[in-house]
Write a protein that binds this ligand. Sequence first.
Ligand code: UFG
Length: 328
Amino acid sequence: MNVLVVGGAGYIGSHMVRILDREGHTPIVLDNLCDGHRESVVGHKLIVGELSDRELVDSILSENKIEAVMHFAAFAQVGESVVNPAKYYVNNVMATIDLLESMRANDVKKFVFSSTCATYGEPETVPISENEKQEPVNPYGFTKLVIERALDDYAAAYGFSFAALRYFNAAGASPDGDIGEDHDPETHLIPIVLQVALGQREHITIYGDDYETPDGTCIRDYIHVDDLGAAHLTALEKLEPGKGIKLNLGTGNGYSVREVIDACRQISGKEIPEVMGKRRAGDPPKLVANAAAAKELLGWVPRYQKVEDVVETAWAWHQSHPNGYKSE
Ligand code: UFG
């Protein structure tokens, strides 16, 4: 299948491109390279341009005989979305609706959408199932929820088929060490801790140890990027006209910030100094997936169950690319 991968030069998108290629599909990447990296999609067709450029997207869909679209091109920083919500509404909502409109005009109706556990806000029940109420507590989560709702309506009215996949914490790197996580600035826990291990930062600041969790630090569910990619592939193959599926993608295993730092110490063999900081605004104490529905519907079981295994792949990437893609 010819699949347009929007944001395919980004962290999760670039791993998806490889999986599609490996499984006999033809990925075509559209990326504006504002966060993505040309080096992450070497050997694949990359079109550099804006998602909001309707003429461009129309021509890509028709000229490449696109049958399905996977959409990874979103801004995804909770804190930034609070300070600069316009950036999130313009890109994550408006440009995504433009994309859906272009798909509708070109009769492309298969869509796999990157949603997030941030759509749940502060969940009442953890592990979180898909039936949990969706009340996002920041603009980022809300922009993703808006698109989930739009997709329901596009499926009912226009026969779209979609999968909205609600990621927990994407982490890790390709096991061959070729591609991995490279954000600027980096805000995510595992890459920051590994940068400390490499001596690029002096310490890791833990954002609070006064949460109601066993060791007082926040608990998250770290899901390997290739496991996310595998779920997308199966979801794509299961799409049915007029129907949508919404699934959590996580391991179901929660790890505290302290446990993640310890896993990084164990894997890297480095000391990794830590400093206790204040809570970061908007961090829920515990986000862990109930991923039973993805298992049942897609037969999807993450290969990387333990955070140590995820960290091992990330460590290999950070060691071979200490400055990210810039070092190539
Ligand atoms: N953390 C630290 N120190 C750091 C960085 C992070 O203690 O320097 C902590 C955070 O407070 C949090 C945990 O490590 O408890 C994980 O933080 P990340 O920034 O790696 O990830 P988030 O859980 O904040 O964010 C992820 C996705 C978002 C998504 C969000 C949903 O990256 O896109 O989950 O809540 F919106």
